[in-house]
Design a protein around this ligand. Structure first.
Ligand code: ZN
Length: 626
């Protein structure tokens, strides 16, 4: 039986975009955006970015324009202060001495590297101002990544207390609220002082670094770090430019932000002259405005401080500048990590109508290469409206297809790991968003297609969503595997990568890990009721323990999709390989993709060979479950 049309799946673009995207309207990559190709497929082009998910595009525009306006005011204010004599070095030193003596006593022992997997990270975020809700979303994105390395504590920055920095291996501050005359600085003075006085690594992203310099004394900042944040701006005097690339560790990463929605990148003013340390440029922004490449530091490091000039969680795709963040964290949390590059394959959407010949061909090819892989099986095919069957409803169960079951067993005997990809991969007898057919529709989340722009819009959890409902679907699916004589599935992938926080927790209670991208909902860190309209969509470059407390294995380079769907352009062999190449920047990273068995073996072979040629080694997803 030929495969039902499956081109229909919402593909998200990647990372954090989602929710935020949703929120931002445009911004973050959202799974919600654009049509899903199973799971947030992550799509790179700006055409896919955002719209959907409830957030209006103008929100991202509003955020960008508010930040740029505040920065212009800061510059104007600075200009009026020229001529005011800065305090001399002696005065600065005295001021610092006073601050030091007033600061609570605290240990300042040199940090020892934490044992692998036991690092402790502190993530501080803003929650003030009209866009204050974004802080929690960004913090979740950072906390999830931190879950690769150990435990993460997240707090609104105003809850920081003196000396806290010394009790963590690394502190990350995410400056997403621009504090200025109309919004008083919520960052405690103790934090500014502790950053300066500590040896512990601090990663500072985004705004307010100039307030630290003002607070502790600009000269002290300059002498420790070698640059002047009070004279560093997003606008270089002729606008923010168009930074379309970020260079990091020999890889050129993408940065695709629609016009009018880019808040810019802080352009650090490096101090020249004796006495100033020379900051290390960790990553370089490439401004391609006007067709001429102009470079400036995207990330700077000196002393204990790594500064990143933007919050790279919006408009993210697989080869995006966020990859630099994925790797930077090793410096702070696991500096001893050895370089290695592993790859994962998932064969996706295998269901009772799958073509056994194609599956065998894929199995034989992967076996010939000694490659272990995951097989994502949907145990029940459901087409309640007969959308693919001339209007006649149809349900087909695994046990009714002994040849397919036999093929699955053959795959399991030759390197495959059984994974569960939903119960029916569709929802009830409604279009969600397409036609109610297995493989095409969402199962654990509601969605529709916006006819105005052909984007898939995320509508929220299903009406009856609950722990019991999700557990019921899981149980029903596992029972189908048992009835078909198959083993218990060890791993789970949520259909179209979309479920509620409740659903994700249920899945994780039933499987050793989820292998997917996920949605992270507002309220998770704050303990407030979950707000399903505000979320962050994120993919991971390595296994993490996320803010839900669940283990998630990476899917970070997307899937082979030769046909465009819902505003997602095709994603071809070379695109996946290019994504894998960009991810070589992650010192212990992965190239993880999925492949639909209704395609022939040839593209799979090209992708596998291309990824191997980059130096990746394919491993079984099961090898990551220790
Ligand atoms: Zn699927």
């Amino acid at each position: 039986m030929s495969q039902p049309r499956r081109r229909t799946r919402p593909a998200w673009s990647a990372f954090i975009a989602l929710g935020v995207a949703a929120l931002l309207g445009g911004g973050l990559l959202t799974p919600g955006t654009a049509a899903a190709r199973d799971g947030l497929g992550g799509v790179g082009g700006s055409a896919n970015l955002a719209h959907t998910s409830g957030i209006q595009g103008q929100n991202t525009k509003a955020i960008a324009s508010a930040a740029l306006k505040a920065d212009a005011e800061r510059r104007a204010q600075k200009a009026t202060q020229r001529g005011v004599r800065s305090p001399g070095v002696q005065q600065t030193v005295k001021k610092l001495e006073k601050l030091r003596s007033e600061a609570a006593p605290r240990p300042r022992a040199k940090a020892q590297a934490a044992p692998p997997g036991q690092a402790k990270a502190l993530v501080l975020y803003d929650n003030a101002g009209p866009f204050g809700h974004l802080g929690e979303l960004y913090a979740m994105g950072m906390a999830n990544l931190g879950g690769r390395f150990g435990t993460v504590t997240s707090k609104p920055v105003q809850e920081y207390t003196s000396g806290m920095i010394e009790t963590f291996d690394t502190t990350v501050y995410i400056g997403s609220t621009y504090y200025n005359a109309s919004l008083p600085d919520a960052v405690p003075q103790d934090f500014y002082l502790d950053v300066l006085l500590s040896d512990r690594p601090v990663i500072w992203m985004g705004q307010n670094i100039w307030n630290m310099a003002h607070s502790i004394s600009l000269q002290e900042f300059e002498f420790k770090y070698g640059w002047d944040p009070t004279n560093s701006y997003y606008d270089n005097g002729a606008g923010i430019g168009r930074v379309s690339k970020v260079e990091y560790k020999g890889q050129t990463l993408t940065r695709r932000i629609p016009d009018g929605q880019d808040p810019g990148i802080l352009r650090p003013l490096i101090k020249q002259g004796p006495g100033y340390p020379d900051p290390t440029v960790v990553a370089t922004a490439v401004d391609t405005d006007g067709g001429v490449e102009k470079r400036f530091p995207w990330a700077l490091r000196s002393g204990n401080l790594t500064y990143i000039g933007e919050l790279p969680f919006t408009f993210v795709s697989e080869a995006d500048r966020v990859v630099a963040i994925h790797d930077l964290l090793f410096d702070a949390l696991a500096p001893q990590t050895a370089e290695q590059h592993r790859a994962l394959i998932r064969i996706e959407d295998i269901n009772p109508l799958s073509d056994t010949t194609r599956l065998r061909a894929i199995a034989d090819y992967l076996k010939s290469q000694n490659i272990a892989y995951g097989i994502n099986v949907i145990p029940v095919y459901s087409d309640p409206k007969g959308s693919e069957n001339n209007g006649i409803p149809r349900t087909v169960r695994l046990q009714q297809r002994p040849a397919l079951v036999n093929t699955i067993k053959y795959m399991l005997a030759n390197g495959a790991v059984l994974m569960n990809h939903g119960y029916t991969h569709q929802y009830g007898n409604v279009d969600n968003p397409y036609n109610g057919v297995t493989g095409a529709d969402f199962e654990f989340f509601r969605a529709h297609v916006n006819p105005a722009n052909n984007h898939v819009v995320y509508d929220g959890p299903v009406a009856e969503d609950s722990t019991a409902w999700a557990q019921g679907r899981v149980d029903a699916g596992l029972n189908e595997f048992t009835r078909a004589g198959l083993p218990r599935a060890k791993l789970w992938t949520t259909p179209h990568y979309a479920g509620s926080a409740t659903d994700y927790r249920v899945f994780s209670q039933n499987y050793a890990a989820r292998l997917e991208r996920s949605l992270y909902f507002a309220g998770t860190l704050t303990g407030q009721p979950v707000d399903s309209t505000r979320y962050l969509g994120q993919f991971f470059p390595y296994p993490v323990t996320d803010v839900y407390g669940t283990k998630v294995l990476p899917e970070n380079i997307g899937s082979y999709e030769p046909v465009a769907s819902n505003q997602n352009p095709p994603r071809l062999e070379a695109d996946l390989i290019a994504n894998a190449k960009a991810n070589l920047a992650v010192r212990d990273g992965f190239a993880s993709f999925y492949y639909h068995p209704f395609h022939t073996v040839a593209p799979l072979k090209t992708i596998v060979e291309g990824i191997q040629a980059l130096g990746y080694t394919f491993v079984s997803p099961e090898s990551l479950l220790s």
